[in-house]
Write a protein that binds this ligand. Sequence first.
Ligand SMILES: *Cc1c(COP(=O)(O)O)cnc(C)c1O
Length: 369
Amino acid sequence: MIPYFDYRQQLKPIRGEVLHAVARVLDSGALVLGPEIEGFESEMAQILGPGFGVGLASGTGALELGMRALGVGRGDEVITVPNTAVPTVAAIRSVGARPVFVDVEPASLLMDRAGLEKALSPRTKAVIGVHLFGHALPVDEILSCLSGRKIFFIEDCAQGFGGSYQGKPLGSFGDLACFSFYPTKNLGAYGDAGFCYSRDADLAERLRCMRMYGMKGDGYAHMDGVNCRMDEIHAAILRVKLAHFAADQRERCELAACYNAVLAECPFLQWPQRQAGSQPSHHLYVVKTEHRDRVCQALQEKQMGFGIHYPIPLHVMTAFTDLGYREGDFPVAEAAAKQILSLPLYPGLAMREVQAIAETVRSTLEGIG
Ligand SMILES: *Cc1c(COP(=O)(O)O)cnc(C)c1O
């Protein structure tokens, strides 16, 4: 049996370090907003370029607080895609703004630039670009589309951490970038954690204040706030994981290359295309096939895990029907949702397991005449 995701193999070699980090926090007497979160924030900011990091409680919290800190709220429109994870849009709703969807490009399944241009309105306050699957958006095209307008570009980097575009890390392009350290993400915690990154010191300062009830460590509310901080135990664990991140990324890359080698020339199989000059984060290994049901059945029979990211586009979900969209509004995203399939990809997965999964996919599709 090969699970779709399992962190335990990856944990084995670092277990001692992780437990040591937890003990260090427990013995320190500081459990919330202490030296570990500060250390983690500056280590992350060093990776992402000159800028400022803010440790938060989740990726959704990062998107929500980020928008609040930028002044996005009631009456504003926020443009994003219908094939992202629910939390991208849950966050837009939670600040009281209106999500506006644009379809994706057929080749990449990422935000369509022409669709974006058409969706812009005087009420557009922000665009949330999603580096879906860990594939980089065509950032320069999106930025040139927004240039000269007062519209914030927010990168949803929940799946993109570790990827790059034109040599620069994903997350370093927008007015703000939001990260998730949910266990399945490339930098995974053992529970919930998230992060905002920005080059704007004032914005980072507002986020620091807002994550703690609007206070500046003085018991006085300077602005509206919530409780959305990362705790010290998680910051300490994430510092351990960050030290192993480059090795984990190499492992993801090798596993993806193994899939590519076995699946090359496989009939009825396509891949979402990447932008020229980009490096994916290898968050998900996504393929597309019109015979998805047959492939899923074959994988299930061999107890091999798989995922679908995501099976139902957001604009047809019950929570968002009041927006007035209907089935057929975003044909590319809708068609892709019926064909995409994510194969297991995580550090600790064995090369022979990847080979076995890829061979199952290949022989199933080759058997279709
Ligand atoms: C995981 C994810 C989020 C939410 O992150 P949480 O930490 O689970 O709140 C947001 N956007 C995308 C694209 C994601 O994949």
